[in-house]
Design a protein around this ligand. Structure first.
Ligand code: HSE
Length: 343
């Protein structure tokens, strides 16, 4: 039996979902993969870092979070003031980075990932900042240290997009990608089709943990822009700066516009697009609401489902539809990446 030690940074919706999944699947993972995963380190922004070499008690951690109590109440755990300090001072095999996304400078996640890779730890992250803003630099650091950096759940949660394209479609020349990459806005647009009010639906998306800490990132299109930048770097090997992605959110879309689209047999969707200009290195990128006919597979993808359509020279069009946000859905992407690192 392999014994793998995990440190988790971030204990919000995604981090708690991950440890819950870990606890629920422990027996299955031991039987199926002959692997025992032990959470040894945990940090959040409020309480700092805790570490216990023999493993932290997941039920207790979830209860502390539910009761709004400090993680440092966990017995027999060493305590560090910050995640950075804790990471430096302790040891684990894989870092799971699930702190809130920051699309300005990707911090503090960027520093967490730097330290972990430099300490020869594999890194798995759901955070969109590092992949959008520093993918090349981080993958190079991982290569130098002979470890893996994986970020499946940063795009379409646990729905396997990055691994499908980078591993399953190896050798295909990808020419363009179109997708619905934000769960919150798709949830809002879908609910507007049934006549629900924008503010009420957004509040619902926040309550269910789909929306970002600051939902402006969702409704103004920045979250989808970040995912588009991750795909540009990972699929096209062509990192983009944020200003190179044309962006328009959904805040100006009215119920009348949604109804007019329905009457004409169409749907309005927030579409992310990446297109390689034939015969050049140039990549054209945008995130904006588009009117799609119902014959377009993306037009029928509703709620928090996301979808991506990939055009390539050998497979014409491949479309993947699946959950794009959510606690366990994102945790599944982290788990798949952890198991991929071990494999
Ligand atoms: N806020 C994001 C969304 C979460 O709604 O898609 C998943 O990245």
């Amino acid at each position: 039996m392999q014994h793998i030690r995990l440190t988790l940074i971030g204990f919000g919706v995604v981090g708690q979902g991950f440890v819950e999944l870990l606890a629920n699947k422990q027996q299955y993972l031991q039987q199926r993969y002959d692997t025992r995963l032990t959470l040894v380190g945990l940090a959040n922004a409020h309480h700092g870092f805790i570490y216990r070499a023999d493993g932290l008690d997941i039920s207790l951690l979830l209860q502390l979070a539910k009761d709004g109590r400090s993680l440092i109440e966990h017995p027999e755990a060493v305590h560090g003031k910050t995640a950075l300090e804790g990471l430096q001072a302790t040891d684990a095999d894989i870092l799971i980075e699930a702190s809130p996304t920051n699309l300005r400078d990707a911090q503090p996640a960027l520093s967490h990932i730097h330290i972990a890779l430099s300490k020869n730890m594999h890194v798995v992250t759901a955070n969109k900042g590092p992949g959008a803003l520093a993918a090349n630099q981080l993958f190079e650091l991982a290569r130098q240290h002979g470890v893996q950096l994986r970020m499946e759940s940063s795009v379409m949660a646990g729905t396997p997009v990055i691994s499908t394209i980078r591993e399953g479609m190896m050798g295909a020349n990808i020419t363009s990608i179109r997708g619905i990459l934000n769960g919150t806005t798709n949830y809002i647009l879908s609910a507007m089709v049934s006549g629900r009010d924008y503010e009420e639906v957004l509040a619902d998306a926040q309550a269910q943990g789909y929306a970002e800490t600051d939902p402006t990132a969702d409704v103004e299109g920045y979250d989808a822009v970040a995912k588009t930048m991750i795909l540009a770097a990972l699929v096209f090997n062509h990192p983009l700066r944020v200003e190179q992605v044309e962006r328009q959110g959904i805040t100006a879309i009215t119920r009348e516009q949604v109804q007019a689209a329905i009457d004409a047999g169409n749907r309005i969707k927030l579409i992310a697009s990446l297109r390689q200009v034939p015969g050049s290195d140039e990549l054209i990128a945008s995130v904006k609401p588009l009117i799609l006919p119902l014959s377009d597979p993306l037009a029928r993808v509703d709620g928090t489902l996301n979808a991506i359509s990939i055009q390539s020279d050998t497979l014409s069009e491949v479309t993947i539809i699946g959950p794009g946000a959510g606690r366990i859905e994102t945790a599944q992407g982290l788990l798949a990446d952890v198991l991929a690192c071990i494999r």
